[in-house]
Design a protein around this ligand. Sequence first.
Ligand code: ASP
Length: 451
Amino acid sequence: MKVAKFGGSSLASATQIKKVANIVNADPERRIVVVSAPGKRSKDDVKVTDLLIACAEHYLTFKEAKDELERIIERFRLITEELELDSKTLEEITQDLNKRLYETDTSNRDRFLDVMKSAGEDNCARVVSSYLQKLGVKARYMNPKEAGLIVSDEPGNARILPESYETLAKLRDYEEILVFPGFFGYSKEGEIVTFSRGGSDITGSIVAAAVKADLYENFTDVDSVYVANPNIIDQPKEIKELTYREMRELSYAGFSVFHDEALIPAFRAGIPVCIKNTNNPLAKGTMIVAERKENNDNPVVGIASDKGFCSIYVSKYLMNREVGFGRRLLQILEEDGVSYEHLPSGIDDISVIMREDQLNEEIEQRVVEHIKQILKVDHIDVQHGLALIMVVGEGMSKTVGMAHRVTKALADAFVNIEMINQGSSEVSMMFGVKEQDVDRAVQAIYKEFFN
Ligand code: ASP
């Protein structure tokens, strides 16, 4: 059996939902369908999830959000009318949205936001299931609570609780095609909690793992995963097959086709993932597997880049001899709730790389002061506006000459490398450059390995 997850662009309009139904009906193995909320219909459109967030925030500030709510209902009205669904469907959606907005306790802001945010996927699942039923398909909406998708109680950032898998496994036994809303589960206390943004991919992966699917299909709006970001490289090559580890590294550094946390459940259960295009379902897509079958001579499968990093560089003579230096440095960050991403180090120096959103002016000042006082460092410097580039390929770090090829390409493009991290990961090499250089850097590396 297959679990098929459809992203927001695949559900943005009635036309798209019809394509989804065709895809589901084309293969009897597609038994569970996981859906996102309706996404953008065009470049300037707004996702239903963003409309829901705006509505909730407006309500929190002004204690009313009539127009904001109407915009959301309007999106569903267009869809249900064009699908020629019974008017009851829209009435139920309207009732549900009103209930969430006006009858939820707003004293806990994050919890209220999660109740509102999850309405997109939840109602979309009802629409898709009604539409399939209208076509004569035996389909059924499945609520995550009924299915037993229990998550940690971290609003906006839930994690699956391991005991969920056993209950979710029973989804295999249903006769009907199940339409399952992505993006949220329930805490042990029965509260709605969402995953981080883009989290419907995570739901799909969890469900696929729980029912031991033969394949987890992730339908989106591109024919495949590309070797590099198409906004940076004109018509980059397609990737036919890549390993879980490679995909994890690529999605960490900006490959947004697949949520980086979504790989883990499928990977642990050994379920292959296929990224496919709703608008071109016959294209083969990209397979994500444990081991690549294809013999690829190129040691590099992809190049990813992501902006929005900064670093705290610290140096102190004889740092290498000072027991506990690293621990105390990280403790200072921990005390301010700052999480770090990478930690390249030298004999007397260490850099802590983190996402820009971890620091604000106040935290930065405090952390710098603490480091100076507690660690008595010789030098400290905070650098903003960094971008990271990941050059990814299984076994790459064991291939002779890789670092040379990348650094030469960057030197030829006059890009200064701020940081290199090679060898910590078996599947990638990481380069830090200034944000303004990053696109040029990716183009240079692409040319070296793919032209
Ligand atoms: N609709 C949610 C979001 O926009 C989750 C998802 O689409 O995966 O983040």
